[in-house]
Write a protein that binds this ligand. Structure first.
Ligand SMILES: Nc1ncnc2c1ncn2[C@@H]1O[C@H](COP(=O)(O)OP(=O)(O)OP(=O)(O)O)[C@@H](O)[C@H]1O
Ligand SMILES: [Mg+2]
Length: 326
């Protein structure tokens, strides 16, 4: 097992842990993933952010050898995904969006089976379960998985993916449906796996704050295409530091026109009855925006200002918001 692997992004980014060229997957007429190029460095936490149906899970499934590629090529941990599937599978841990756990087994049996599958002996399994205790509810470890809550199942599934201390970890929406405490546990685990072991982590999420908090770089996926990629802060800077949002009773286009006359506004997006205006300095434009809307006779129901989020980046690139199911 590679327990003492150390490589931080800061020290030196080396070879690619994950790379893909022209990755494509279609299901009949549906293009789930459209010609995707990807390079994730060793020791990097890379996030895929995108709305429902963007193609996130399909990419994960192809990189983990669970779905075939319609076209393109990919390598994971230095192995060709199409030609060296067995070696890829030995190098990775995977927690899929829908955890496929056997409800008849207990938590401990699930982890033991997984550990044995990867060649850990009995003692190593016991040690590993102890190491993974922060993720698990040890009071419930000898109970059948069928009695676990959704959040407990997700965390057990993540622990199972970590049993063999993989080189590259794939997490498909690891915190969807988790309560805030479980979410914090998973976040801390992801951070420490990366910080302490230098594990490369590829995660998908619909949560903007998760991408912000955990990833070194994020790829924003929409309709199977990568529409932006970069460090979260870098992506936000392309929009501006703040976003002024005006909700209006009617006439959002007229409101957009009025806001567009205010100096210091860079981009304007209309989404339903909401007009978002990016700016380098929200505090100094908010009053002139209010005055401009009033002068145009627009009825404003809410006027607010917030630091730019990745959702604002997505809105500017696609004209839509990433909708999160809570
Ligand atoms: N087995 C399949 N058969 C047919 N279509 C599929 C299949 N798997 C995925 N798709 C389609 O591919 C597209 C991408 O789906 P995918 O599950 O990769 O999206 P996602 O970004 O993971 O979405 P979500 O956030 O809802 O999990 C969707 O249009 C989906 O309907
Ligand atoms: Mg998915």
């Amino acid at each position: 097992m590679r327990i003492s692997r150390q490589c931080s992004l800061a020290s030196s980014v080396v070879s690619a842990a994950i790379s893909a060229q022209g990755l494509r997957r279609t299901y009949g007429d549906v293009v789930a993933v459209d010609s995707l190029d990807l390079d994730v460095a060793e020791g990097e936490v890379y996030g895929f952010l995108g709305p429902n149906g963007a193609g996130k899970s399909t990419v994960v499934r192809m990189l983990c050898t669970l779905a075939s590629m319609t076209a393109g090529s990919a390598s994971v941990a230095g192995y060709d995904v199409a030609k060296q599937g067995d070696l890829v599978r030995l190098s990775i841990g995977v927690a899929l969006q829908d955890a496929a756990l056997d409800g008849k087994l207990t938590g401990r049996e699930t982890l033991t089976l997984q550990g044995r599958y990867y060649g850990l002996d009995r003692d190593a399994v016991v040690t590993r379960i102890e190491e993974l205790a922060p993720l698990l509810e040890m009071d419930a470890i000898d109970r059948r998985v069928s009695t676990y809550s959704g959040g407990m199942k997700r965390r057990l599934d993540l622990a199972a993916a970590l049993m063999h201390n993989p080189e590259v970890l794939f997490l498909d929406e690891p915190t969807t449906g988790l309560d805030p405490i479980s979410r914090a546990v998973v976040w801390e685990q992801v951070r420490s796996l990366n910080r302490d072991l230098g594990m490369t982590i590829f995660l998908t999420t619909q949560y903007l704050e998760e991408a912000d908090a955990l990833t070194h770089r994020v790829g924003i996926l929409n309709h199977g295409l990568l529409v932006a990629e970069g460090a979260p802060d870098e992506l936000k800077r392309t929009v501006g530091s703040d976003v002024v949002v005006a909700r209006v009773a009617a006439n959002p286009d007229l409101a957009a026109q009025a806001i567009g006359q205010v100096p210091g506004i860079s981009h304007i997006e209309v989404y339903g009855n909401e007009v978002s205006a990016a700016t380098g300095d929200g505090a100094s434009v908010i009053s002139p925006v209010a005055v401009a809307l009033s002068a145009a006779g627009v009825e404003v129901t809410d006027l607010s200002i917030h630091p730019t989020t990745l959702d604002d980046v997505f809105l500017e690139l696609t004209g839509a918001r990433i909708e999160v199911e809570e």
